[in-house]
Design a protein around this ligand. Structure first.
Ligand code: GDP
Length: 475
């Protein structure tokens, strides 16, 4: 049978609840696209009919205005010349600039895509070092990759908070916006108050005048779009279940390329498929020394045991089990192998109080972050995806790597709080409020009253995050 899914009916939902278009793709060039269902449980969160319609409409926009079309050629000419001509009102563009760690990139592409959906813009992505190597094309019969001869290709990497083309600096210098301008949107965690005006209604109206927008971001800025009165009604219609935004957009957009899919499926089939339950543990330590650290190990053990995710160990062997013991597979991901090695030995050297069999695995231990290396990011992507296939997930607070896994998997994780002074936090972890990623550096500004405001307290569905108290997330 094709189904690798344990203990359950075969999931035959090739289109992921209607999210994916059924035609216009070459199946063999991207095996993962229609095969995730074999590995994923039937997840209860269904995309709304309205979201599905909107995606199909957006796909035709991408095709009609995308690379290789007349509209695209004209729009590029306009960008080169800076003329104000108004030829094809419908074809406007958002260029996503490749930047930051892989988890951050996945979250910002999803945010950029949602913004494109809301504003009817074609999303084009700068391929950077490895975007093309990691992700299949999401839109049928066109390409989302920014063509290599794009006039600003060599400039993209140099945009920064000081660029005169940034929206913040255009405001500061009182530069008007017309069709022939492009605007650089600096939505990086270190952005300034003028850049943050992006989130205000009046500024959005101005920004929409530009045919071309260039976006550089490392933050999941979706929650603030829900606070903007221009978008909020549409968003409520698109996502009646508000904490499933990244869940749906992520499964729509991010399909591992065949080499990455091979890493995922070979690992899953070899080590995880036969277990009764899979527990994922994502360990991300934000310290300068590589570790392993005793307090991190203690935190993992107390979190998983207090929360009943893994069994306690006992000193003496208990009698032979009456029934076949339950098997648990633990999937670790970490740059360091110390935590996995310790826990694996622990469950080898001692019996468990429940008689459960605990097998412990970790696909890689790369030592340190090497975001520019190809194979390294293939593994990082495969590991995020494998974590998303687990039944229960423990993540490290602050980490976008964990956010991607929880969102794709539809999993509300147990978040391990970030330790301070190298001590185990109390409690060591807590079940998260929702599966949505946290927006780490939101604006705290009331656009109407032009003064500071706590944006985590305005509406019940946008709350402060558990792991980063000043962050906000959809719940
Ligand atoms: P964040 O820094 O935790 O928010 O996550 P990012 O994904 O943005 O950046 C961390 C980068 O470090 C990843 O993209 C990987 O390159 C690497 N990395 C961190 N943790 C792991 C891990 O558990 N496994 C692998 N293979 N790479 C990791």
């Amino acid at each position: 049978s094709l189904s690798r899914f344990r203990n359950g009916p075969i999931n035959k939902d090739r289109t992921v609840g209607g999210l994916l278009a059924t035609s216009g793709f070459d199946d063999l060039s991207c095996l993962s696209r229609y095969r995730t269902a074999f590995y994923r449980k039937n997840i209860p969160h269904k995309p709304s009919r309205y979201l599905i319609q909107k995606l199909r409409a957006h796909e035709s926009l991408q095709k009609r205005c995308g690379p290789g079309t007349n509209s695209y050629r004209k729009a590029v000419e306009q960008l080169r010349s800076g003329q104000r001509s108004n030829f094809d009102q419908d074809c406007n563009y958002l260029v996503w600039i490749s930047y930051s760690g892989l988890g951050n990139r996945i979250l910002t592409v999803a945010s950029a895509f949602l913004y494109s959906l809301l504003t009817n813009r074609v999303l084009l992505i700068d391929r950077g070092k490895d975007m093309e190597d990691l992700f299949c094309e999401p839109f049928p019969e066109t390409s989302w990759l920014l063509p290599l001869d794009f006039p600003l290709t060599n400039t993209l990497a140099n945009f920064s908070i000081t660029s005169p083309e940034s929206y913040g600096n255009m405001i500061k210098n009182k530069v008007g916006v017309h069709k022939g301008n492009f605007i650089y949107l600096h939505l990086d965690h270190g952005y300034n108050d003028n850049d943050k005006l992006f989130f205000c209604e009046e500024d959005q109206k101005t920004i929409q005048n530009a045919r071309w927008l260039m976006l550089r971001s490392d933050i999941y800025f979706v929650p603030s779009l829900f606070l903007n009165s221009l978008f909020k009604d549409e968003l409520n219609q698109l996502f009646p279940e508000r904490d499933a935004v990244f869940h749906h957009l992520g499964r729509y957009l991010f399909h591992p390329t065949n080499p990455v899919w091979g890493l995922i499926t070979r690992y899953y089939d070899s080590y995880l498929a036969k277990a009764d339950e899979i527990v994922g543990i994502q360990v991300r330590v934000f310290e300068i020394d590589p570790g392993p650290f005793r307090h991190v190990l203690d935190q993992i053990i107390s979190c998983t045991q207090n929360e009943g995710l893994l069994p306690q160990i006992v000193e003496h062997e208990i009698g032979p089990p009456a029934t076949k013991p339950k098997s648990k597979a633990v999937l670790f991901t970490s740059l360091n192998m110390g935590y996995y090695e310790h826990i694996r030995s622990m469950y080898w050297e001692s019996p468990t109080s429940t008689g459960e069999i605990v097998s412990v695995y970790q696909p890689s231990y790369e030592g340190y972050q090497q975001s520019e290396r190809n194979k390294h990011n293939r593994k990082a992507w495969a590991e995020m995806y494998l974590l998303s296939l687990t039944d229960k997930l423990v993540t490290s607070g602050w980490s976008t790597f964990g956010y991607v896994a929880q969102g794709l998997g539809g999993l509300k994780p147990w978040i391990m709080f970030r330790p301070e002074n190298r001590t185990v936090p109390n409690p060591p972890c807590r079940r998260d409020m929702s599966m949505e990623p946290c927006f780490h550096s939101p604006p705290f500004y009331d656009c109407q009253k032009k003064k500071g405001i706590d944006t985590g307290k305005l509406v019940p569905h946008v709350r402060h995050c558990d792991d980063i108290t000043w962050g906000i997330k959809l719940v």
